[in-house]
Design a protein around this ligand. Structure first.
Ligand code: SF4
Length: 188
């Protein structure tokens, strides 16, 4: 063969290596990062009064949908969870189960003083911090934070997704979802 590469050895292993090489380079890398950043779908899980501001943020006046963030009901069709204020022990279990059901790669925003460090209820026997239950990516201070603050958090998360590049975990997910088929060429 002239002007080409010949791969020898384990065909499946070589195919995986080539696939990784392709995904980690432009333009596929840019497409994956763009798709992750502009498909932030938060699951509907209201834990406390900060949820009212979240409702306002997704209503027509602030309209977070314009940033590619669309609230969904089913955890299996979402990749973002926003802890909306106080997290009681009972709701912490629900939040963890919901987070586990969400699609990868998934992200977490802790909204309000209560979600960050307990806020008004910092010494309550029944309140836990969001980061004790699930890994938090972005914190929004305030009691409650305004819708603009939530909009800023979504934009910051998008920047972070775009700057972090494609992780090993992302690669494994892409590989799992791509069906690699071996094409046997008939010999003449
Ligand atoms: S931070 Fe303030 S508004 Fe938000 S849940 Fe706590 S008390 Fe309510």
């Amino acid at each position: 063969m002239e002007g080409g590469l010949v791969f020898i050895g384990d065909l499946d292993l070589t195919t995986r290596k080539v696939l990784r090489w392709l995904i980690e380079r432009k333009p596929i890398k840019d497409i994956v990062e763009w798709a992750n950043a502009f498909s932030l779908w938060p699951v509907h899980l209201m834990t406390s009064c900060c949820g009212v501001e979240l409702g306002a943020a997704y209503a027509p006046r602030f309209d977070l949908e314009r940033y590619g963030s669309l609230p969904f009901v089913s955890p299996r069709q979402t990749n973002l969870i926003i802890i909306e204020g106080t997290l009681t022990r009972k709701m912490a279990r629900v939040a963890r189960i919901t987070w586990e059901q969400m699609a990868d790669p998934k992200f977490v925003i802790a909204m309000g003083a209560c979600a960050i460090d307990g806020g008004l209820f910092w010494n309550s026997y029944n309140v836990v911090r969001a980061n004790e239950v699930i890994p938090v990516d972005i914190y929004i201070p305030g009691c409650p934070p305004r819708p603009e603050a939530l909009a800023r958090a979504i934009l910051m998360l998008q920047q972070r997704i775009k700057s972090r590049g494609i992780t090993r975990h992302d690669l494994e997910l892409i590989e799992k979802n791509l069906k690699i088929e071996r094409v046997e060429l008939a010999r003449e």
